[in-house]
Design a binder for this molecule. Structure first.
Ligand code: HEC
Length: 146
């Protein structure tokens, strides 16, 4: 019994490591983290419990991970081609210049948010958070299946 338990525990611990070898899983894991950061910031922006230090940490984290998903889009990993279920549209590769622009716009806005969150007033922080959200949406509109 103990042995079986140990074995299943090992299988459980090992599975995310194998999953990380899959580029689709790797990028989706990072996007999930985007959502977590954005949701936490969104909550602060909407409510009156705005905590500048907390927000600033989240903005810095988002800017850090904003650099990461794009390396996990190898050719042949679009929806319908990849092993793993993915919402990546073929346009990522067929309109590569537009894709790069969408990535660069996003990174520019998260970089600005990090700056403004550290130095700016609450109104400009909220404003810049809105600008970041727009870049999420506009990329999803063009490059992610709904
Ligand atoms: C430059 C394009 C681009 C930008 C910018 C972008 N995304 Fe995405 N996002 C995608 C693509 C493409 C997928 C589909 C990935 C897949 O399924 O392989 C995706 C998937 C996701 C997912 C689903 C992950 C899953 O569980 O499968 C979430 C959540 C998400 N994005 C949130 C965000 C948030 C929040 C932002 C902004 C802070 C953002 N994204 C910015 C392109 C983008």
């Amino acid at each position: 019994m103990k042995k079986i338990l140990m074995l299943s525990l090992c299988a459980l611990l090992a599975s995310p490591v194998f999953a990380a070898d899959d580029p689709v899983v790797a990028r989706q894991t990072i996007f999930k983290q985007f959502k977590k950061d954005a949701a936490a910031m969104g909550k602060m922006v909407k409510g009156d419990a705005f905590n500048k230090d907390e927000f600033s940490k989240l903005a810095a984290h988002l800017d850090e991970i904003a650099q990461q998903p794009w390396q996990h889009f190898p050719a042949g990993s679009a929806s319908g081609q990849a092993k793993h279920k993915t919402d990546a549209k073929a346009e990522i590769w067929s309109k590569a210049a537009d894709w790069t622009k969408a990535v660069d716009n996003f990174k520019a806005e998260t970089g600005k948010l990090k700056q403004v969150a550290a130095n700016g007033d609450v109104a400009s922080i909220k404003n810049q958070f809105g600008a970041v959200q727009k870049t999420c949406k506009s990329c999803h509109d063009g490059f992610r299946k709904d």
